[in-house]
Design a protein around this ligand. Structure first.
Ligand SMILES: O=C(CO)[C@H](O)[C@H](O)COP(=O)(O)O
Length: 229
């Protein structure tokens, strides 16, 4: 994985057909997705349960590019090797998920993956100030995590603060929740480069009729491109 600041669209398979994950991943990639975003939820850290490393391993052969795994689980550390074995390229843990995020990020990189840290809407940018040299990605939640299809919460001030804190380090800022062609330019202008979108990508299409996925991806990318000075 090489670093660049171009806008990347990462469809969240939380909004895909759960009976067809492999085909859905291949379909959105063929329609222009840059990364595939995989939301792992445990019913404890967040009030919803999705899937785990076995599902990641099952979909991995269907993904040509980056598999971006977002852990909404606590604890994290016992499962890091399982997600590495499943083929995750990026593994993101929440700063709120435990007392030892520093150790968790070390372990993620130690297992050969890019390390991400996520912040809930109520968590300030300062919570990750000591982690700038330990992360490859900072995920700013623009909804309270747990469910797709929620209303976007404006976190543009936090995104700008994080981009200043990052400076010239090769660190992505990823936005997760309520991203669509209206909200994408707001977060891109503030400094985000990876846009996770579930509902706004998968709406209107299917594995047998994937063209709307491409239309949706192009609309988000067009709205977000060129607005970050
Ligand atoms: O992490 C998530 C929820 O916790 C989802 O990735 C996020 O909500 C994306 O879904 P949508 O684009 O439908 O808001």
């Amino acid at each position: 994985m090489t670093f660049d600041r171009a806008i990347k669209i990462a469809p969240s398979i939380l909004a895909a057909d759960f009976a067809s994950f492999g085909a859905e991943c291949a379909a959105v990639e063929a329609q222009g997705a840059d990364w595939i975003h995989v939301d792992v939820m445990d019913g404890h850290f967040v009030p919803n349960i999705t899937f785990g490393p076995a599902t990641c391993a099952a979909i991995r052969p269907h993904i040509k590019g980056v598999m971006d795994v977002h852990l909404m689980i606590a604890p994290v550390d016992p499962y890091i090797d399982a997600f590495a074995d499943a083929g995750a390229d990026v593994l993101t843990a929440h700063v709120e998920a435990g007392p030892h995020i520093h150790r968790t990020l070390q372990a993620i990189r130690g297992a050969g993956m890019k390390a991400g840290v996520a912040l809930n809407p109520g968590t300030p940018a300062s919570a990750v100030a000591e982690l700038m040299d330990m992360v490859d990605l900072i995920c700013v939640m623009t909804v309270n995590p747990g469910f797709g299809g929620q209303k976007f919460i404006d976190m543009t001030a936090k995104i700008k603060t994080l981009r200043d804190m990052i400076g010239d380090r090769p660190v992505h800022i990823e936005i997760d929740g309520g991203v669509d062609p209206k909200t994408a330019p707001l977060v891109a202008k503030a400094g985000a480069d990876v846009l996770v979108a579930g509902s706004a990508v998968f709406r209107g299409g299917s594995v047998s009729d994937p063209a709307p996925y491409g239309d949706n991806i192009r609309a988000i990318r067009a709205a977000a491109t060129g607005v970050w000075a």
